[in-house]
Structure formats: structure tokens, C-alpha cells
Design a protein around this ligand. Sequence first.
Ligand SMILES: Nc1ncnc2c1ncn2[C@@H]1O[C@H](COP(=O)(O)OP(=O)(O)OP(=O)(O)O)[C@@H](O)[C@H]1O
Ligand SMILES: [Mg+2]
Length: 501
Amino acid sequence: MTEEAVVPALEMRHISKTFPGVRALDDVSLTVMLGEVHALLGENGAGKSTLMKILAGAHPKDTGEILLNGKPVHIDSPQSAMELGISIIYQEFNLVPYLNAAENIFLGREPRAKIPSFVDFRKMYADAQAIIDRLGVKLNVRTPVNRLSVAQQQMVEIAKATSRKSRVIVMDEPSATLTEHELASLFTLIRQLQSEGVSIVYISHRLEEVFEIANRVTILRDGRWVATEKVADLDRDQIIRYMVGRELKDIIPKAPAAVKEPALRVVHLNRTGVLHDINLTVHCGEVLGLAGLVGAGRTEVARAIFGADPIDSGRIELFGKPVRIHSPESAIRHGIGLITEDRKAQGLILGMAVRENTTLANLAALSRFGFVCRAKEREAATKYVKDLRVRTPTIEQAVQNLSGGNQQKVVLAKWLFTKSKILLFDEPTRGIDVGAKTEIYQLINQLAAEGVAIIMISSELPEILGMSDRILVMHEGRIAGELSRAEATQEKIMHLATGGE
Ligand SMILES: Nc1ncnc2c1ncn2[C@@H]1O[C@H](COP(=O)(O)OP(=O)(O)OP(=O)(O)O)[C@@H](O)[C@H]1O
Ligand SMILES: [Mg+2]
């Protein structure tokens, strides 16, 4: 942001918003300058996404006003926001699953051919590919979106928003699934947009990113404005104090596991073109970290163990006995749980209540003669809402009405309730605020202490290093190396993850 350009591009003044039972925003104001990257921070449920959905025309506001370049504007639909030059990358993606990447990027504004009402497909694919390439991602724009990984879908969202001639771009946790490399491309792109005078609202739970990319920050707590300051005037502890109103400890390192019996062994597992000769063992009470770049095959290993993807050869042993797991149902019966990174597609039934989602994977524990005992269900849901501090007015709230981070906590509650002996965590703290992260680490520690065997996939190196007893690093569908807790460093992991010997 250059000094002479300090003029407000966007002003949101005194915005309030109430949902049934929840005051999501209470008199919140936000000013974003021309060409500024403005970080919007706050705990899960603080109101960040709600404020941005109002800006994007996805929710009506109750009170307050919005100005663009000093002029009051009326935003009453996503269409009107788009016409005013406002783009948003939603935290929960908004892609059409059966269309391909290019069609999603240009949805509703496909390049026209010379013949009226025909789409110029060649131009569409070429333009879309150019945008994707500029982001530095490997991705064929003809791939249907439902076949892309979460990280790739994220990049399509980013491409979609940045390809429009937008004046204000909102990025609601764009980085949650990205690796260092993709994040670097995103930041390059943001700086370029910034130099073109585009204003960016950047939401993230990773404070390092805020220090790297943002000019100023606004912090919300419990739906209220707490502070707006220059990033240069703040440090990490101060930001956290504003966010949570208390001091916080960082990652609680996992207590080293006493070596116990092997719980799960994977032997010579292959899936053609995806996984090559995967061998691993995880013991009771142990946290085995699975590191690697996006696309290295970590999620695929978890899905193969869980019976969600077919395998071509190899075997799985549980407590010393070979087992055949051909579906998620049989995995669950064998005591295996998978906490996915993609809560929307795999973790939750969004239209159902917190109560029902919590007990979904283990109705057997509540049923007698085929009837679900509602009292027990309520009791379980109430316990997990309290233990995990899920921010919801009641356990009857539909999960889709919770904030992103709180939805992730419900996914966790669901798997904790299954009392699984083996838990596969795929990016367990994605989108979770700094305070709640510590709670999740504590919980993983506690599960391990109770003897649960845990495989944890994470792209956050401090998390992998802090929580794992042992770390396997994957590269291109293979296990590239193993590091003990004592020898592991960020550099060694990155070296193996990028194909170094
Ligand atoms: N459609 C809705 N219906 C009812 N309540 C809602 C709805 N959308 C959001 N809320 C509530 O409003 C509050 C603010 O949610 P919001 O999604 O804005 O939080 P957030 O700051 O984006 O959190 P996160 O970091 O977890 O994404 C939360 O208590 C949430 O449960
Ligand atoms: Mg949010």
C-alpha cells in the first residue's frame, strides 16, 4: 500500500446481525483502504464470516450501512455485490461439484463465441488454464471439481474470485489447506492485486500469515469490534489477547508414548497410480505423524485404511490379525475412525442438529431394539459441546448454522463418541482458532494416553513436530522416510517431502 493511496475503498459502519438465538454481530465497523490487505481476526464464532457474507450479499444485515469509495451502496444479493466489484472466497467452498474447474471459474460469464449464445470453449479453457498456471498450481482445468483435492478446490475458488475485475476481494481462510509453496504463490498474487489497487480482506487463523501479508488488522470478539491497528504496531501475544481476552499456551507437546502393542499395520499397500508400497505401523498410545506436500498421498493412505477407496494389493492387520476392510462401515465396525479435512463433503450432515451429528457414527451405542434413546443422545451431545467448547445456542442447532471452526469441532465429537481404537486425523485443526487448537491437542494427548492409536496428517509443521511420536514423510505416493521425534526438524521434513534423498 503506498502512502498517497490511503483512502477508504470500503466502509462497513455499525453493522448488526441477529440469527435466531445468536447475536452474531453487534455494532461492528470495518474500514478497508484502497490497495490494502486488511486482516480480519477472531476466535471461531466471533462473526468474521457473517460480516463478510453481509458484504457479499449472502445475508441481509439488520442495521448499519456499507460504503464503497465513499458512496452508500445497497447490497441485497450476491449478484448485486458482484456487480459492485466485490468477490468472496467462501470458507465453505461454493463450487459446483460436477462442473470442471474452468466451468466453475467462468460460471455465469463464459466467454461468448461469435455466434450468439454459444460459449467459446477454447478461449474459456485457455483463459482458465492461464489463471491457474499463474497461481502456480498443477491442475488440469478440465477436471470435474468433485475429483479435485480440497487444496485444489481452494485454488479454483481463488482463481474464480481473482479472475473477475474485483475492487474488493474477501478471502475467508484461503490458506487453510495450502502448503508453503501454494501459499507463496497466493501471496505473490495478493501483492500483485494490491499494486493494482484491489483491496483485500484476509481471514486466517494462522497469525504468521497476517504478519507477512497484512497492512492492518481488525479483531472481533463475540460479535463485537475489539480493535483496528497497523500490523507493524502489534505482536502475536497482543493479537491473541485481543482475540481471546486471556493468555494462552502454545502447542502442548505430546507426552512420549510408552511403546505398546501394534494396533494397526499396513503391509505393502498399493493403489495403482496413487499409492506405492506403503508400509506403516502405529502402536497403541502413539501419535504417528504423516507429513508431506498436498497431493503426496497422505489423505489417500487414510482413505485406503478406512475402506473409502479400493486397494489393488497389500494387507491391513489390526492387533496382529489380518482384516479385510472394504467399506467405511466395516472400518467403523473394526474400531477405526477417520476425521476428514473436508467436513462439508464427508464429515457432517449439515441440515441436521448438532445432537444428531454427534451420535451419527455410533447409533448402536444409543439404540435398543432399533430405537434410538433420545435422552442418552442428548446427554452425549451436551457433554461434547461442553468438552470441546462448541459455540452453539443449543444442541438442537442445525450444523450448517455453526461457524466453520465449530463445525470442525462437531466432526471431532462425532468420532470421539464412536470410542474408536484407531483414529485417523486428516488436518484436525484446519480452520480452528488458536485457543481451540490447544484444546484439540489436549484432547489428542488424552486419547493417546487412553491407548488409542492415532495417525495425524497435517500440513502445519509445528503441529506435526509438536504432536507426533514418529513422523513418516510422503512424497509422490510413497513413504520417503521416517523421522523419530528426537531427530525431526522442519528442514528434514521438507527435504524428504520435496523428494530429497
Ligand atoms: N445461518 C446462521 N444461522 C444461525 N446462526 C448462525 C448462522 N451463521 C452464523 N451463525 C452464528 O453466528 C456466529 C458467528 O459465526 P461466524 O460464522 O461469522 O463466525 P467466524 O468468526 O467466521 O468463525 P470461524 O473462525 O469458526 O469460521 C456463530 O455463533 C454462528 O453459530
Ligand atoms: Mg468463518
